[in-house]
Design a protein around this ligand. Structure first.
Ligand SMILES: [Fe+2]
Length: 219
C-alpha cells in the first residue's frame, strides 16, 4: 500500500468519525484537505504530511474538547494506520499549533507544511463558507446572533477569545474577533491573494447585515 492509499483510508476514517455539525463537520475537513493539496503543490510542501494534518486537524476541536485532546486523538489515528514516528511527529506538531487562538496569540507555525494547512483552514473561515460556518458554529454553542447593546471587543488574548468563542460572545462579534483578522495572517502568497477576495465578501455582507438591522434599507 502506498502513502496516498493510507491517506485515502484515513480520509474515510475521518469522514465516519468527524462531528456532524458546528462548523467543523466532514465537509469543512474535505474543503481544507482539497485546498491544502493545491497550496502544497504550489509551495512544494510534503504532500503526505500536509494531507494528514489537514484531515486530522479538527478531529477534536480545541474549542470543544481542549488542546491536548486534539493532538491525542490525531496521534491515536496515525498510530492505528501505522504512520511512521517521524511523519507522525511532523503532523502532530502542525495540529498542535494550527488553530487560531485569539488576535493577540503568537503564531507558532514554522514549517511550510504547517503554513499550508493553516492557510487552508483559515481560507475556509473566510468568504461565503466562513459566513455560513460562523452562524452554524454559533447555533451549536447557543450564541446570540447579534446584540447591538454590547460593545464589540477586538484583538482578544487567548483566554478571553476562548470564553467568547465558547458561547459568551455573539456570532457578529466573532467576525471582529477572528474572521476579519484572518486576511492579514495568511502565510503563503496564493492564500493571501484568495483571502483578500473572500475578506471583501465578508465585509460587504456585514455592511448589509447592519444596514438591514438598522432598517436603513427601508427608506
Ligand atoms: Fe478547521
Amino acid at each position: 500500500m502506498d502513502d496516498q492509499d493510507t491517506v485515502d483510508k484515513i480520509a474515510d476514517y475521518v469522514k465516519e468519525h468527524q462531528q456532524k455539525a458546528g462548523g467543523h463537520d466532514w465537509w469543512h475537513i474535505y474543503r481544507v484537505w482539497q485546498t491544502a493539496k493545491i497550496l502544497a503543490r504550489k509551495e512544494k510542501a510534503d504532500i503526505i504530511v500536509v494531507q494528514l494534518a489537514a484531515l486530522l486537524h479538527d478531529l477534536a476541536d480545541w474549542k470543544f474538547h481542549g488542546e491536548q485532546e486534539q493532538v491525542k486523538e490525531a496521534g491515536l489515528v496515525l498510530k492505528k494506520f501505522d504512520i511512521d514516528d517521524k511523519t507522525r511527529n511532523r503532523v502532530l506538531d502542525i495540529i498542535a499549533n494550527v488553530s487560531f487562538k485569539g488576535g493577540k496569540a503568537k503564531n507558532k507555525i514554522k514549517t511550510i507544511e504547517g503554513k499550508v494547512v493553516q492557510d487552508s483552514d483559515r481560507l475556509d473561515g473566510l468568504g461565503a463558507m466562513g459566513i455560513a460556518r460562523v452562524f452554524e458554529y454559533g447555533g451549536t454553542k447557543g450564541m446570540t446572533m447579534h446584540d447591538p447593546t454590547r460593545k464589540i471587543r477586538k484583538n482578544l488574548n487567548k483566554e478571553d477569545y476562548m470564553k467568547s468563542a465558547s458561547g459568551e460572545g455573539t456570532s457578529v462579534e466573532h467576525f471582529s474577533q477572528k474572521i476579519l483578522l484572518l486576511k492579514d495572517r495568511m502565510n503563503t502568497k496564493t492564500a493571501k491573494r484568495i483571502a483578500k477576495k473572500r475578506h471583501k465578501f465578508v465585509e460587504d455582507y456585514l455592511k448589509e447585515f447592519h444596514k438591514e438591522w438598522k432598517l436603513k434599507d427601508m427608506k
